[in-house]
Design a protein around this ligand. Structure first.
Ligand SMILES: Cc1cc2nc3c(=O)[nH]c(=O)nc-3n(C[C@H](O)[C@H](O)[C@H](O)COP(=O)(O)O)c2cc1C
Length: 191
């Protein structure tokens, strides 16, 4: 039996038919079929309040923030589906990252990976801002493979509900998950 790693997956988009949420659904489907030893949970971040340290009372956080922080703490690694907004990460994703970075920083030491879909660079510029943020909060990103999907280049990569329909992209996503799993186990000294 393969060791099972727990992955917390975060989407940086609120859109109902979000491509990024679609990428996470595709990753979950892969984890239930083709890939062994990986369990992915879609972590909701849409209801988190905007970060305001006035909401922290004697070192405690609002219940919804605490629940989110616990989900991150309990995960072995993180899958960020990170849209590129104006060459950077979205405010939604940054807000979640900031909440979980408050003391104690619950991101520290976790393996992480990034996937994106977007314009001419497939959302790639958000990766490099996210990797920079990761330096400070001690995330350990896999280097490769990098996943940038040119979402607007024909043929369509997603259907109208935001489900990933491109087989090549699904295979690439699978490679990302395998790499994330291997790196997570390596960091934990389990392989
Ligand atoms: C405010 C805003 C800024 C954007 N900036 C970029 C950008 O810099 N680069 C890019 O490739 N796409 C950009 N886009 C397009 C998004 O990549 C595209 O809307 C993508 O589908 C968003 O992800 P989602 O489908 O998960 O919502 C921007 C979209 C918005 C709303």
């Amino acid at each position: 039996m393969a060791i099972v790693i727990k992955v917390a997956a975060l989407s940086g988009s609120l859109r109902k038919a979000s491509y990024h949420s679609g990428l996470i659904r595709a990753a979950i489907e892969l984890s239930k079929g083709e890939i062994e030893g990986i369990e992915i949970e879609f972590i909701e971040i849409s209801e988190l309040p905007m970060l305001n340290t006035d909401l922290e009372i004697n070192g405690t956080y609002p219940p919804i923030v605490e629940a989110f922080r616990q989900k991150i703490l309990q995960a072995d690694s993180i899958l960020f589906a990170s849209p590129e907004y104006n060459y950077s990460v979205t405010a939604l994703l940054k807000n979640a990252i900031d909440w979980a970075s408050r003391p104690p920083n619950v991101w520290a030491g976790k393996a992480a990976s990034i996937v994106s879909a977007g314009g001419d660079f497939g959302g790639g510029r958000s990766h490099y801002h996210l990797r920079q943020i990761g330096v400070y909060i001690d995330l350990r990103f896999i280097n490769k493979p990098e996943f940038f999907l040119l979402a607007f280049k024909p043929p369509p990569k997603f259907n109208d509900d935001g489900d990933l329909i491109d087989e090549e992209a699904k295979d690439k996503l699978k490679q990302v998950l395998l790499s994330l799993r291997a790196f997570t186990l390596r960091l934990q000294g389990k392989n």
